[in-house]
Design a binder for this molecule. Structure first.
Ligand code: 5MM
Length: 362
């Protein structure tokens, strides 16, 4: 039997269509939704001030890349970008939709430390979320994203952090579905310090995802109208690195144990892996997951953007070169999603960027 929420939601066909379209094979998501503090850190690396104008120019360079829709099905924007226009006066939403790319928006408002937790975080942004979703939908957004962050240590993630973050993700998802935005559920188990093994990371990621899907069920979230954005399962930064085969096996097993087949797509974050490492792992996953019930693809931020930002450097003369690089990075990841990538990587020299970004609300 369907839940009353499901029966009464007029957006449901559109939500399911959006989820399937964004998760279609050979495509992934460009995560360009850095909050202002994170954008500031990125712009500082190329000597630019964290001004609205510089953030807008950066996003304009990304979103106007010719041919991006060949490999990118959705772009996650910050609310700021959603309401901005390009230098020739076109709304970012229109620039994307004209290319056949679905506009998305980050709707959480950042992390806060839970008092007495030893530094574990909860994600904020539920207050007024319905109203904001209504405005984002009216502006043209069709999917949303909310990120919860979990750290691995001897005592974390705690039960408290898992329950709190799973509940918030589920509340967020249900509010989004009510207002026509397909929710991307992002429980990031961060690639952090420590010599914990990949087995431990797998075990804890399984616990986190199990909490998340239990909460989604409790809140009657319709899984066919959601997407999952998890981290790949990796050992701690101080442990020996493991080959891509091991990463893919642990990641797939964890997902098979926790994510229902009704979910159309699982789009990984890059989480501080090097750009090439992220592509390699994505391709390896396809090799061992031919019969997986969901599409396994990418929703990368840093793995797509880091070298592009450096190439751009804030200089109009470099826009073409930066766009060319972005298209190449999107292409190799699109091909990795299909399991057919076999060339050199356009960002082969990139390195890991962990420790991860943690932007906190004031
Ligand atoms: C682009 O970064 C997103 C927003 O982060 P902040 O709120 O901290 O500024 C972030 O949620 C991103 O979408 C995911 O972490 C995936 O990005 P990576 O770089 O891990 O692929």
């Amino acid at each position: 039997m369907l839940s009353p929420f499901e029966m009464e939601n007029p957006f449901l066909p559109e939500l399911c269509k959006t989820a399937r379209f964004v998760a279609r094979r050979g495509h992934g998501i460009l995560a360009a939704d850095e909050s202002s503090p994170t954008a500031g850190k990125r712009l500082m690396t190329i000597g630019l001030e964290n001004s609205e104008s510089n953030r807008r120019q950066y996003r304009e360079m990304l979103c106007t890349t010719p041919g991006l829709c060949k490999y990118i099905s959705g772009v996650i924007m910050s609310p700021e970008t959603l309401f901005q226009t390009t230098s020739d006066g076109r709304r970012f939403v229109d620039v994307l939709v004209e290319q056949g790319i679905v506009p998305g928006v980050k709707v959480d408002t950042g992390l806060c430390v839970m008092p007495g937790s030893g530094g574990e975080t909860a994600t904020q942004g539920l207050d007024g979320l319905g109203e904001r979703c209504r405005a984002y939908y009216a502006e043209g957004a069709r999917f949303a994203k909310w990120r919860a962050v979990f750290k691995i240590s001897a005592t974390t993630p705690s039960e408290r952090a898992m329950v709190e973050n799973a509940q918030a993700l589920a509340r967020y998802a249900s509010i989004c579905q009510e207002h026509g935005l397909c929710p991307i559920i992002e429980p990031e188990v961060t690639l952090g310090p420590g010599d914990y093994s990949i087995g431990k990371a797998a075990h804890l990621t399984e616990r986190v995802l199990s909490h998340v899907y239990r909460a989604l069920n409790m809140h009657d979230v319709v899984l066919e109208a959601t997407l999952l954005k998890p981290s790949m399962v990796l050992p701690g930064l101080d442990a020996l690195t493991v080959p891509k085969e091991e990463v893919a096996e642990h990641t797939l097993r964890t997902l098979m144990r926790t994510v229902p087949p009704a979910v159309p797509g699982i789009l990984f974050l890059s989480g501080g892996m090097s750009a090439q490492e992220a592509t390699n792992n994505l391709q390896q996953l396809q090799r061992i997951a031919r019969n997986a019930p969901w599409t396994l693809s990418f929703s990368f931020g840093r793995a797509l953007l880091e070298s592009v930002l450096t190439t751009w450097g804030g200089q109009p003369a470099n826009v073409k070169a930066a766009q060319h690089l972005l298209l190449e990075l999107a292409r190799v990841n699109g091909e990795a999603q299909l399991g057919i990538w076999n060339e050199e990587h356009p960002a082969a020299n990139s390195t890991r960027t962990a420790l991860p970004k943690l932007s906190y609300s004031s």
